[in-house]
Design a protein around this ligand. Sequence first.
Ligand SMILES: [Zn+2]
Length: 612
Amino acid sequence: MERSDVEAAALDTLDHKFGDANFRAGQLEAIIPLLEQDRDGADVLSVIATASGKRRKALSVMLVPLKGLGRQHADMMTKAGVPALALSSSSTTAEWARCKMMIIEKALCALFISPEVLCHNPGFVKLLNEHNIAILCFDEAHLYNDWYLWRPTMSMAASLVSAQRRLGLTATMRRRDQQLVVRRTGMSAPIVQRGRFLRSNLLLQVIKRPAALTFGRASLADRLSAATEAKWRIARTLRMAIKARSLQGNTIVYVPSRAQAETVCKQLVQAAKDQKLVAVGAALKFRPYHAGRTDRSEVEQLFLSQRGVVVVATIAFGLGVDCAHVRVIIHFSGARSLAEYAQQVGRGGRDGEDAYCLCFYNPSDSQGIRRSIESAVLTTSTTTALMRKVAERTTERGPTSFLHWADFHRAGIDDDNTDAVLAALCRTGLALAGKRQPARISAMKGSKWTIQPLPALSRFALALWQDRFQAAFASGKLNVAVRCDVRDVCTVPPFLEMGAGGPTVVHDALGDLAAAKLVDIDYSDDYPLVQPLAVLDRQDARAAGRLLSKSMKSAAAQQLAVLDEALDFMEADGCLQRRLCDVFDAPDDLDAAVESCRCGMCEPATIGAGFA
Ligand SMILES: [Zn+2]
């Protein structure tokens, strides 16, 4: 096909399927090389602003980092008449069967799937690879770098699927991260497109606030000023939220921790009450949002459908919540990384109207994180001790390989450091992170606690049921909280007695119990389950320990550099838009765009004066 034919065909499809007459800026340029595959088509890495609408007809498999996203995309495409499906860890057997059938019958246009689901279904990967995937697409491609340290499954999944073309899509990516993203998504010399990064309707402002004080050591005057400052931030946030509401819009307040999401939300509600806002009917709706809450999808719905909503959230909020009318974005205690900051302010003003982005920061905000990063690095002797403990137990018990909570203790590793070790195990390829963890297990309504020796139950599931759950249900505690992360899973008695498998065996057994309608499981999105891959012997332990420690050191260095960069950005002088564009290597049209910049540096009165 001539290029113009390709263009015409693409426009025709857009018009027929999605009712749009034209592609937005950057889209057509990303599609053309993919369609020209008969000739010298190529991989494409497309960095275009989110508001340019990167969700369009995908021709094949799209790896989506979050479950909700895949379903949203698939629904949208199905509505447009394009056969699309989404598979996730909670898909039913029927959904899997339907998907496989459609692939075999070549009736499926687009499949949205999470990296973990791919990694844990080798049979399905084989099926995909037999059916000649046209395009493997990476949504939020920057995450293949940003999340690499703790979610290496993403690039593992990328390497499993072979496709004629690869397409990476993202709104924010630094030029220096580009090569890493290319490598971790398995692209080969892609055509890289960079659209306009700058969005001049985002009115950025950064305000340095007084240091947070440690109460024990602070003088009375300091304590007073800290308390005043905290009140001031709340009052200021509330004023901004009222402004957002008056503009028929919503507000996102980003905070660094779950606890803070809860407390800041409460403080805002109280401050609104004090100002009698609720009484006058100008009610703002305040909601906390973090991975530990079960009402997340309700909050998302509220946010999308109403005006005057204020969500006080951790980083968990945003991906996949495509809301046009976000008028105010507040970073309540700084930002941990510029990538996060750019993504988060990018959620403002998607309708093209102004959005106010206010960041309160103090260098001390990140001190706690810094300390925890530094203390998470373990010496080679500690990591070797850990691997030896694993190896010892493994050889005692025969050729099984699993992580045991006691191994961490016996090697002298703190509870606080376990997550860092687990992530390092995954990065170094000693373990595979995958399935999501069951966070809460409860009895199904109407299910009797009597043993049900159903054929669907594995021997192990039956053992779990008898040993762990039955007694709890019998004693009337129908909501049994079993936090099944690696440590707890491995201390479930039947697991040790049976001496086989690992966390994923427990996971599968719980799945059996759920399928038999005995228990209901809420999954946590926080940390994936970890499954050790290799059986270690004593010789391996030393080498594995060295590898682990080295990986932890380099991860810590990378994490500290990210914190430093964010702090430098907030401390430095000069136009905020320009500096952000510098960091993300926006194109050359910057000068013209920045000429009329209304950021807090160029026009301090835009959002209001700083802390006085
Ligand atoms: Zn500026």
